[in-house]
Design a protein around this ligand. Structure first.
Ligand SMILES: Cc1cc2nc3c(=O)[nH]c(=O)nc-3n(C[C@H](O)[C@H](O)[C@H](O)COP(=O)(O)OP(=O)(O)OC[C@H]3O[C@@H](n4cnc5c(N)ncnc54)[C@H](O)[C@@H]3O)c2cc1C
Length: 368
């Protein structure tokens, strides 16, 4: 019996489990490890921050998926990987071995330790729920004026700022809110259409946010704020870089065209945690696209088919929610916005998450 270990309840592993539930492989023991069974789908996170969706509506339940795939779900956090002995260590002291390993652990952030404002780091997504609930509990309902700074001008910074402001305003209409977004970059949404950046700037300004491009974060200036949203570029989780796996200089796991580690071919890595030959944007769409290929290549690694190469797309459709029942759409140099774009985004995201919902019980079989 070969042991296949999937670490992280990421977007690609969800698809692996779904595929393996439909077409199981005999002779393989599959284990999935992630801190919690509910894994948020990034596309819907801004909608949840804004209060449009409940948290559970944006999540894939990996315990249910694992069960359907005949896999074991372990609620735990990996803290070390020994790529030579082929074992991983969990935070609770447990150790798991493998013959085949796949990493889909996303990325994280390294926000500064700062006295004063309440800090909301937007990654890792799994920790966002508790941090946001604390924020709403502490800040949402009192009437005093609030000041907020966002650091980071990418899609996450823009969407999260608009979403959090919309949520705070809905909870306490008329409350004074002073907000600014600072980014070291010369423009918002680097790498996206220029028109999308202009539209994002206009949406932020309509929401009362002062946008400061080409400005570095200054802890002294932020010390007087009530809230600091941290949305800078993705940072690698620290433990793969100390595991003997080949990693990029910034600690992401190097992969070959088959999504395998060039130093340890029994290890695959996908999504944000993988370092492709030319750096890819740290966007969920890549993790989603890698999912079916990863599933295929894991079967190939178990000797059941031939591995296929991943060909990254050069452009992807970005749909950014502006928390006013509208969204900005960007694809290559093209951009547009409107209520239609929000309805489009909502339909795509709900459609994606619905693929992983447990099957409805037959009528008359509703258990409590
Ligand atoms: C607010 C916000 C909005 C975004 N919106 C979009 C969007 O609209 N479109 C888009 O393309 N991208 C978006 N992104 C980017 C997107 O979140 C990431 O690129 C995407 O989530 C990466 O997917 P993934 O599958 O690699 O990892 P993730 O979805 O982050 O999943 C990683 C999984 O690994 C688990 N894990 C982490 N560490 C460990 C460990 N040590 N042990 C065990 N398990 C572990 C985590 O709990 C999690 O389940 C957004 C990001 C943010 C912050």
């Amino acid at each position: 019996m070969k042991r296949l270990l999937l670490i992280g309840a990421g977007h690609a592993h969800a698809q692996v489990l779904k595929d393996w539930a439909a077409t199981p492989l005999p002779g393989v023991e599959v284990t999935v490890v992630s801190p919690a069974p509910l894994a948020p789908y990034s596309g819907m996170v801004p909608g949840w921050l804004a209060g449009t969706y409940r948290y559970e509506q944006c999540c894939i339940d990996f315990a249910v998926l694992a069960r359907a795939a005949g896999a074991r779900f372990v609620a735990g956090e990996v803290v070390a990987l020994d790529a030579i002995r082929r074992t991983v260590a969990l935070a609770d002291g447990g150790v798991l071995g493998y013959e085949l390993l796949s990493l889909n652990i996303g990325s994280t952030l390294r926000p500064p330790a700062i006295d004063g404002p309440l800090l909301l780091p937007l990654r890792p997504l799994a920790r966002l729920r508790a941090a946001y609930e604390t924020l709403l509990e502490r800040l949402a309902d009192d009437a005093r004026p609030l000041s907020l700074t966002t650091v980071g001008g990418g899609a996450a910074g823009v969407e999260a700022t608009l979403a959090v402001l919309a949520r705070l305003r809905a909870r306490r209409p008329g409350r004074a809110l002073a907000a600014r977004l600072v980014t070291r970059g010369n423009t918002l949404l680097p790498g996206m259409a220029r028109g999308a950046a202009r539209r994002a700037q206009a949406a932020l300004e309509r929401a009362g946010v002062r946008v400061q491009c080409g400005v570095a974060f200054d802890a002294t200036a932020a010390a007087g704020d009530d809230l600091l949203l941290w949305a800078t570029g993705a940072v690698a989780h620290p433990w793969p870089a100390t595991s003997a796996l080949a990693c990029s200089d910034d600690g992401f796991v190097r992969v070959d065209p088959f999504l395998r580690s060039p130093s340890h071919p029994e290890v695959h890595a996908v999504g944000d945690c993988a370092a492709w030959a030319e750096p890819l944007p740290k966007a969920g769409v890549y993790a989603v696209r890698m999912g079916p290929l990863l599933s295929h290549n894991l079967r190939a690694a178990l000797g059941h088919t031939t591995a296929r190469a991943y060909v990254p797309q050069h452009r992807y459709l970005a749909l950014l929610a502006t928390a006013d029942a509208r969204a900005i759409a960007a694809w290559g140099p093209w951009s547009a916005e409107g209520a239609w774009a929000w309805r489009w985004k909502d339909r795509i995201d709900r459609g994606f998450i619905a693929r992983f919902a447990p099957p409805a019980l037959p009528a008359g079989d509703e258990r409590t």
